[in-house]
Design a protein around this ligand. Sequence first.
Ligand SMILES: Nc1nc2c(ncn2[C@@H]2O[C@H](COP(=O)(O)OP(=O)(O)O)[C@@H](O)[C@H]2O)c(=O)[nH]1
Ligand SMILES: [Mg+2]
Length: 317
Amino acid sequence: MSLTVQDRLESLDAALDAGAGRLPDALVGRCREVVARARERGGLSAEHTVVALAGATGSGKSSLFNALAGGDLAAVGVQRPTTAEAMAAVRGDGAQALLDWLGVQRRYRLAADPGSAGGLVLLDLPDHDSVVTEHRLRADRLVQRADLLVWVVDPQKYADAALHEGYLRPLAGHAAVVVLVLNQADRLPADQVRAVQADLHRLAVEDGLDKARIVAVSARTGTGIAELRRLLDEAAARRRAANDRSTADLRSAAAHVLAACGPPAGPARPAATDRLVDALAIAAGVPVVTEAVRRSAVRRTGARTGWPPVRWVARLR
Ligand SMILES: Nc1nc2c(ncn2[C@@H]2O[C@H](COP(=O)(O)OP(=O)(O)O)[C@@H](O)[C@H]2O)c(=O)[nH]1
Ligand SMILES: [Mg+2]
């Protein structure tokens, strides 16, 4: 799909204008936020890839952060058992405005690595399941703003419903910018690591993240860390993750709007509806639109008109 992020966000914006007052307010509000975020990220460093280490309490995010950052941060360590505020390890100049937008104050510089191209902002997030609301909100904000999401899970909690239903399922269609890391692999024999990885893959498929990469690591022994670092370095070198994240967000938002519109109403469909659907088709990309229409058509079998507020359609005639 050759549509640019700019094409998509303008189309979605136009569709939201056309649908304002007729689409559910909460949906319009969420979609406006998606548009604003994509626009803001597009105005910030394209040289840097923002990688967030997200996950539950004790999964090992902070340990992984230190392992990935190498000796640079080892001296800093993590003073408290839980991470209250995000911390950034930054490679490459010119990330200040991006870090301000992310709202991350604790910043450390990573040594330049001659073997890796592309700027990197590696973030250690507070726990998404923290008992402290403020920590949770900080984590959520960064989950929304990061380019590439590394979800850190452990052998005990990898199947938690709170993770899959609350965080991974809403990221359906985002597989290009999601990596699932099974940490603490040292706690299992090798065959069980493979079994858990396979089960995690099964759950990821259910979450709509079929192609998300899965890596087994141990922050404690160092197993798999080089592979994970290589994966992140490759993403930084490609400089595509910010674009891919915004594209996935905009497609998903457009598909939700389209689903709220219902299926096409047939030959008598008014022109304004066509315009909105065209705008959404551009925002989402045709395959997503087709899929959304099909799903909503199934859900609304029997509905006589595709457009939710029949009143609105009537008013436009
Ligand atoms: N066995 C083992 N323990 C780990 C590993 N990674 C982290 N831990 C331990 O798990 C606990 C929580 O780690 P931490 O990095 O603070 O997790 P966070 O809450 O996700 O940031 C600490 O006691 C770590 O030493 C690992 O790969 N293997
Ligand atoms: Mg932590």
